[in-house]
Design a protein around this ligand. Structure first.
Ligand code: PMP
Length: 436
């Protein structure tokens, strides 16, 4: 197919005149409509969607139940503001309380995006603890507003030109088993070494009694879909307990069923103090949530708020999404995700450029390398694969330096995974022949 088609090309030219050039656009996909795991561009070309709008369209594109809920709500009322009450908002918060990854009751602050959920977590953590400092991880992504962008450390360009950032954040290496930054002692793994590094920080420069929270993506998203060693998060929890530090799990990308459990942190048997959510929680309506333990939600009336908190369209979309995920898609994510990992192991054995495949459920990263010995990231090769896959009818997104993420809607079938991987196979073959 000719991409971009004539209509797409025309729209892209108009876009370039009036839309901020800061958006990180990749290849020229101009959406017309979507259904399930397929999307169509304005020239009538169909694509299988392994990107899901950055892991957002969890129930597929325009699921009829979600559409119906939004339509019905829109006819009743679209907005009343967070100064008042309504049933769907309460129902959504009750639902999130029930599925929160800790035994204690949860209190929900509803937001409009991931970054706003993270900002809310930072403010609550400072307010509740009376402490000022945070620890975040290299490779992490938490958003682009001033507090969250300070935490973000996946690419230096997110900071360039924007200093000074928020005061009070110290970054430590993320325990990436494939690319460990820290050296391990005998009998340690990279998770143990990371805990030891944080303890060193506490001794030499960062008094733990000043640390309000440690914020971590249980599986790093934008940083490359990186899964930490199994014992790392339990150790981090223990460290937080020891010093009275809040553990904040940023589940904006990893949460809401994507890994086969409601929250990725549950794969590691750890209970955080705060969870930040957005993306997949409402199938594409702008909804986020900060979910905090009741005992720490000590801020008083008026301390924090927002105009659109409790937005009813977002609430009903969120409720339908959670129901659909609970009634089947979460189980599907686990099963189809395991199947996809097996198929990717085959793909890896045929393609020397695949350094490692990792993930849980339908949060899977395929990392490309120049060769398996040096593990040098093959960024350009990855970009060629993403572009070629698009030409062949598959939407994917890169992450990290040289990784492609597999983050399709959670309703995807094995057959659709096979179809997508067949395209990816062709695209990788093309890139290995023609790429650098
Ligand atoms: N946290 C994580 C883990 C994310 O992946 C993202 C978005 N990629 C954000 C926060 C920010 O979300 P938003 O773009 O909705 O502000």
């Amino acid at each position: 197919m000719k991409l971009p088609g004539d209509k797409a090309q025309h729209l892209i030219l108009r876009d370039q005149q009036v839309i901020s050039p800061s958006y990180p656009r990749g290849y020229p996909f101009v959406m017309d409509h979507g259904k399930g795991v397929y999307v169509w561009d304005v020239d009538g070309n169909r694509f299988l969607d392994f990107a899901a709008g950055i892991a957002v369209n969890s129930t597929g594109h325009s699921h009829p139940d979600v559409v119906k809920a939004i339509q019905e709500q829109a006819e009743k009322f679209i907005h009343i503001s967070s100064d008042f009450y309504h049933a769907k908002w309460i129902e959504l918060a009750e639902y999130l309380n029930r599925i929160a990854p800790f035994k204690e009751d949860a209190v929900i602050f509803q937001t409009n995006s991931g970054t706003e959920s993270v900002e809310s977590a930072l403010k609550l953590a400072r307010y509740h603890t009376g402490r000022t400092q945070f620890i975040a991880f290299m490779g992490g992504f938490h958003g682009r507003t001033y507090g969250s962008v300070t935490l973000t450390a996946s690419k230096a360009k997110y900071h360039h030109g924007f200093y000074p950032l928020m005061n009070g954040v110290t970054h430590v290496p993320f325990p990436d088993p494939y690319r460990p930054i820290l050296q391990t002692n005998p009998s340690e793994d990279i998770g143990d070494a990371t805990i030891r590094y944080i303890e060193e920080l506490f001794i030499h420069m960062l008094p733990p009694q000043d640390v309000a929270g440690i914020i971590i993506e249980p599986i790093q998203g934008e940083g490359g879909y990186v899964v930490p060693p199994q014992t790392f998060l339990p150790q981090l929890r223990e460290l937080c307990n020891r010093y009275g530090i809040l553990l904040i799990a940023d589940e904006v990308q990893s949460g809401v069923g994507r890994t086969g459990k409601w929250w990725a942190i549950e794969n590691f048997d750890v209970e955080p103090d705060i969870v930040t959510s957005a993306k997949g929680i409402a199938s594409g309506m702008p909804l986020g949530a900060m979910i905090a333990r009741k005992s720490i939600t000590t801020w008083p009336k008026g301390a924090h708020g927002n105009t659109y908190g409790g937005n009813p369209l977002a609430c009903v979309a969120g409720l339908e999404t959670l129901r659909l995920i609970e009634n089947g898609y979460m189980k599907n994510a686990a099963e189809v995700g395991t199947y996809c990992l097996l198929k990717l192991a085959d793909l890896q054995s045929n393609h020397p450029s695949i350094g490692v495949v990792r993930g849980i459920g339908l949060m899977i990263g395929i990392e490309f390398v120049e060769n398996r010995e040096s593990r040098k990231p093959a960024e350009q090769l990855r970009d060629i694969i993403v572009d070629k896959a698009f030409e062949l009818g598959l939407l994917t997104l890169g992450c990290g330096t040289s990784t492609i993420r597999v983050s399709p809607p959670l309703c995807i079938t094995r057959e659709e995974i096979d179809a997508g991987l067949a395209i990816l196979d062709q695209a990788i073959t093309f890139a290995e022949k023609n790429g650098s």
